[in-house]
Design a protein around this ligand. Structure first.
Ligand code: FAD
Length: 300
């Protein structure tokens, strides 16, 4: 088969790099080696990778910063497209357009200067812009959804598309971009949102994060979504804590003593350790409270 030039270029780079074990690319520091790893530098290269994998019947997965992923230990069949080189930043008086591979913490800092609502309330959320849009990341002080106006993406066939965000496109840690590759996102600027107000929001959110979450541990952030309860969402962390599991450990994986909805890799954890601990937490919480905890973290 004759490969399109652009795909051949990306394939050559992938071969030269060799596919690393994904434990080197995920914050939990676990995960095996995929058959192929592509790191396109342009949307055209990304499109060629998507189309070629589809035509060749090769399963393709998308990797952002790897901050919300649990990847299995063994070989990962198929290809991974990492977005970290898909970077750009375009600023106008009213909007900021940013690449999927740009650092989200970097964008949060920029948002303070440029007056992008919501984002200054998201410090301490690691990842890429594509990853946070796909996950609709956020928390009690702000969310990606607060200022997101448009997303560019490749659909599962590799066709380039653009969507103005509407109510219902983003849910609790979900988005309508399942199976698509987010390539860029546009956020609105609000002249009424002053740098002082943005900085104050950032400082409050960062203080809360530092006090409540193990930010320097090797983790994937919250493992479970907060389940619905009769009086609104219940804290998954509190349920795990009240089930007596804070500090529980299997192999090198431990329920964080700081925040029970975080699992930490204490040094030599495998993905199997983390998975076994997840199952133990789900069974214990169900036995204690009759609540089924659903994963927030994505698993490969
Ligand atoms: C210490 C810590 C604190 C955290 N705090 C928070 C928090 O407060 N709130 C919160 O919401 N999250 C939090 N997280 C989780 C994480 O920061 C977010 O989920 C973030 O969105 C992950 O982005 P990523 O680029 O690393 O995505 P990845 O982990 O690489 O991928 C996550 C999912 O997104 C998909 N994906 C990635 N990029 C793209 C793309 N361009 N197009 C399509 N799909 C894509 C992947 O296939 C995967 O399914 C925290 C994590 C850590 C480690």
């Amino acid at each position: 088969m004759v490969l399109p030039t652009v795909f051949a270029d990306a394939a050559r780079r992938a071969e030269a790099l060799g596919a690393p074990a994904l434990g080197t690319r995920t914050s939990l520091r676990v995960g095996g080696r995929p058959d192929f790893l592509f790191e396109p530098e342009t949307e055209a290269e990304a499109e060629a990778v998507v189309r070629h994998c589809r035509d060749a019947g090769v399963r393709l997965r998308y990797l952002g910063g790897g901050y919300n992923l649990l990847v299995r230990d063994g070989p990962i069949r198929g290809a991974v497209l990492a977005t970290r080189r898909l970077q750009f930043l375009e600023i106008t008086d009213t909007q900021v357009r940013v690449g999927a591979g740009n650092s989200f913490p970097g964008l949060v800092k920029t948002a303070i200067e440029l007056g992008i609502p919501g984002l200054p309330g998201c410090p301490g959320i690691p990842g890429t812009v594509g990853g946070v849009v796909f996950m609709n990341a956020g928390g009690r002080f702000g969310s990606v959804a607060d200022a997101l106006v448009e997303v560019t993406y490749l659909d599962p066939e590799g066709a380039s598309s653009r969507r103005v965000i509407e109510a219902g496109d983003l849910g609790y840690r979900t988005s309508r971009f399942d199976g698509c590759l987010v390539t860029g996102a546009t956020f609105r600027r609000d002249p009424a949102f002053t740098q002082e107000a943005a900085q104050a929001l950032y400082d409050d959110a960062m203080k809360w994060k530092r006090e409540t979450q193990p930010l320097s541990a090797k983790s994937a952030g919250c493992i479970f979504k907060n389940p619905d309860g009769p009086e609104g969402p219940r804290s998954a962390g509190r349920l795990i804590d009240e089930a007596g599991l804070k500090g529980a450990q299997i192999g090198g994986a431990r329920v964080s003593p700081v925040h029970a909805n975080f699992i930490e890799n204490t040094g030599d954890a495998t993905a199997a350790d983390v998975h076994a601990l997840i199952v133990k937490i789900q069974r214990t919480v169900f036995a204690a409270f009759g609540v089924e905890l659903e994963l927030e973290v994505k698993t490969w």
